[in-house]
Design a protein around this ligand. Structure first.
Ligand code: C5P
Length: 461
């Protein structure tokens, strides 16, 4: 049914359909869908000349319609699974493939899984008659680009339109979700990061890339396309009717480690990835908050719709947090270094034969405690994190008191927990009224639950 195209009809029927579609201001495909839908419902098929153009019925009565653009990368094979996963959830998928994508997967296999043919050409008279690139750009609830290659991102960032994929992306006003996938050096290249920043500023959202092994042997780092189920989760979040429980609220969030200089080239740091703090920033922004994310050095893309301030040291982080006040909520997820070198070398310390240098340490400011104890400008809700390796709840409760915050999100960061640097987290929320132990879930899941909980706090206040 999804594979029915105008080309399969007789010339006579096509002619009548063309006239009918023109009279109703619809495309032929739309006209056929409406006729079929009306026929199936045993309603009289009465096309009315001069009727208002109707919004097309999404194909196969699916809840939502996605346009998936497959770029040319080895990760394209995962896009087949992505199509299957989306269709399992009653999300209809129409596919555009770039020329390079067809080097990795064929339009035939994509068409078979999507249930309708894949579109590949900008100048294809049959396609233009059937749907056309403008209709491809418009008739969807969301456009997903997976894999989004460095080249496709560069074309998008610069508004190119020399093939079907880029023309559709330029012509659309739908939300666009990118799942970037490329070699880690291409991802890290200044040009790609510049394009990413431009796309993010344009309101385009991303999922991934993840870090790990690359297809090329010996290559590893950030650049693997997000797994199909991660992309599905991002799609579902974007398609869900947007509740905005944090609309009108200002939130400052700290994330990542801090780097404390020993000399101009060496520093003290820790293993924090920043993933949990970044996830909270994304969830809070999605919930409608105005978010300032103060981030230590991490290898994560700046979340879209969030003001991100990059810092190095604990003292820089404190300054940036203070500059973001007043806010309604402070979430302190950063793994701030407790100590810094009292006197960092102005020049690189030399091995001069007199043995290792003696590094005197001094305490860093406690950002959470400083903000929690402010008289003026204290946020209404101050939330700390407690990463513990033993007696998690007991230690976290003590920390809540000591630091003067309102809530503590406590998690087990012992090696067995896998939270440090991993994608999942099992946390306990400690408040004045008790302890809630949340199920193990992704860091995005924890972030969404926390954003919802903060929303609940203000709605009850
Ligand atoms: O004392 P500990 O590092 O375990 O406390 C964790 C909580 O305190 C986290 O919320 C962390 O972001 C915050 N913290 C801070 N400044 C520091 C140390 C910790 O904001 N210097």
């Amino acid at each position: 049914m999804g594979s029915l195209t105008v080309r399969n009809l007789s010339e006579d029927v096509k002619k009548r359909l063309r006239l009918l579609a023109a009279a109703n201001g619809r495309s032929m495909e739309e006209e056929i869908r409406l006729l079929l839908a009306a026929g199936a419902a045993e309603a009289p098929v009465a096309a009315q000349a001069n009727a208002r153009p109707a919004k097309p019925v999404p194909s196969e009565a699916a809840a939502s319609q996605i346009l998936l653009i497959i770029g040319g990368g080895i990760a394209a094979y995962k896009s087949l699974d992505l199509i299957r996963r989306l269709r399992e959830r009653a999300i209809a998928v129409r596919v555009v493939m770039t020329r390079a994508a067809q080097q990795f997967v064929t339009p035939m296999s994509v068409g078979a899984i999507a249930g309708e043919r894949a579109f590949t050409e900008l100048f294809d008279p049959a396609s233009e008659l059937d749907v056309g690139h403008i209709r491809l750009a418009r008739d969807n609830d969301l456009i997903v680009v997976a894999p989004a290659t460095a080249d496709l991102m560069a074309k998008m960032a610069n508004g190119h339109a020399d093939d079907l994929a880029s023309a559709v992306l330029l012509a659309t006003d739908s939300q666009v979700l990118l799942a970037p996938a490329m070699n880690p050096r291409m991802w890290g290249n200044t040009a790609t990061q510049r394009n990413l920043a431009r796309l993010t500023a344009d309101g385009i959202v991303t999922v991934g890339p993840n870090a790990g092994e690359m297809a090329e042997s010996g290559e590893a780092g950030a650049g693997r396309m997000a797994e199909p189920l991660e992309i599905v989760a991002a799609v579902e979040a974007l398609l869900a009717p947007q509740a905005k429980p944090l609309a009108g609220k200002r939130i400052v969030i700290t994330a990542g480690p801090t780097h404390e200089a020993i000399d101009p080239v060496r520093y003290i740091a820790n293993r924090s990835s920043g993933k949990q703090g970044y996830a909270i920033a994304r969830a809070a922004a999605a919930a409608g908050a105005a978010v300032t994310l103060v981030s230590g050095p991490v290898a994560l893309p700046a979340p879209s719709g969030v003001t991100t301030v990059q810092v190095e040291s604990a003292r820089d982080m404190l300054r940036a947090v203070e500059a973001a006040l007043p806010v309604d909520v402070g979430v302190f997820a950063a793994a701030v270094a407790d100590w810094r070198v009292a006197q960092a070398g102005e020049q690189k310390l030399k091995k001069d034969g007199s043995g290792p240098p003696k590094l005197a340490l001094t305490e860093n400011p406690d950002i959470l405690a400083t903000v929690a104890k402010l008289k003026a400008k204290r946020p209404t809700l101050v939330i700390g994190f407690a990463a513990e390796t033993e007696k998690v709840i007991e230690h976290a409760k003590a920390k809540l008191k000591r630091k003067g915050c309102d809530w503590i999100v406590a998690n087990d960061v012992s090696a067995e927990g896998g939270a440090m640097g991993g994608d999942d987290n099992a946390v306990h929320l400690i408040t004045a009224s008790g302890v809630e132990s949340w199920p193990t879930q992704t860091k995005d899941g924890v972030a969404r639950q926390l954003a919802a909980r903060i929303g609940g706090f203000f709605s009850r206040a």
